[in-house]
Design a protein around this ligand. Structure first.
Ligand code: BEZ
Length: 260
């Protein structure tokens, strides 16, 4: 990996990180898709939630920046339309009734552009239902990872900022500035059980935070992952199971014309 763009590995994602879409299922209840609606799944990954939404809606399109994930989605759900597109820069000729996004928007550093794209691709009164990492998300893991990198003099790596984790105040303000009316916003703790009892935190780092190791000596990588996992045992190992300290924000907002 020679840049900080995360390279997705669909097999590892589906095998050990299926919680990403399993947790997203109750977000579909908030979306409440209708049989006459056209819906966009923004950051669809390998398409599991797109498929569920599509069972309830008229038409669902899934987009994701990762060509690997889109190829996996197309092979699993050949009757659904999937496209490789960037959440910061997408445009469709036909607008959507709703835009759904689960566990994606924290990867979008240029959040103003993604909000603008969502707004422009929605019909008037169209709705967004989004959930992603909020302020303080995975801070136990990431703080220790930064400390372990820093103590070995990987200063640049320890300062890497891969994600956007806003508070609901910050994100709602951005939505309002773009012309949305925020109907609902929630910031909640969602400790997330990791699949592997031996290497839960190490696997999480390998899947989602590998970019921190660009330029790190090969013999230090495993050592740092071990150190991080060992050091946060007290907080993250509960009854023999590893948990990541997720904090999510969940927001519903409507595209509206200017109001006084
Ligand atoms: C999340 O879903 O909160 C998340 C996933 C990977 C990296 C950071 C956050």
């Amino acid at each position: 990996m020679n840049d900080t763009t995360t390279k997705w590995k669909p097999e590892l994602y589906n095998e050990k990180h299926s919680f990403v879409y399993n947790y997203g299922e109750n977000l579909i209840e908030l979306l409440d898709p209708k049989e006459n609606e056209r819906i966009l799944d923004l950051g669809c990954g390998s398409g599991q939630l797109t498929f569920k939404i599509n069972e309830l809606a008229k038409e669902t399109i899934g987009i994701d920046k990762s060509a690997e994930m889109i190829a996996d989605a197309k092979s699993k759900f050949p009757n659904i339309e999937f496209q490789v597109k960037d959440a910061e820069n997408f445009k469709f000729d036909k607008k959507f009734d709703s835009i759904f996004s689960n566990a994606t928007l924290h990867w979008v550093k240029n959040y103003k552009n993604s909000i603008k794209c969502m707004y422009e691709n929605l019909k008037s009164n169209g709705k967004i239902v989004v959930e992603f990492g909020g302020k303080g998300n995975v801070q136990t893991i990431v703080k220790q990872l930064r400390d372990s990198l820093k103590s070995r003099d990987y200063i640049k790596q320890s300062e890497l900022n891969l994600w956007y984790f806003p508070s609901i105040g910050e994100y709602s303000t951005e939505l309002e500035l773009a012309g949305f009316r925020v109907l609902f916003a929630e910031h909640y703790n969602r400790p997330t059980e990791l699949a592997d009892e031996n290497s839960g935190i190490k696997d999480w780092i390998s899947m989602f935070a590998e970019s921190f190791f660009i330029g790190v000596a090969e013999n230090h990588i495993e050592e740092i992952k071990n150190e991080v996992q060992e050091s946060i045992k007290e907080k993250c190992l509960i009854d023999g199971k590893w948990f990541a300290d997720y904090k999510r924000i969940r927001v519903i907002a409507i595209k509206q014309k200017n109001v006084c």
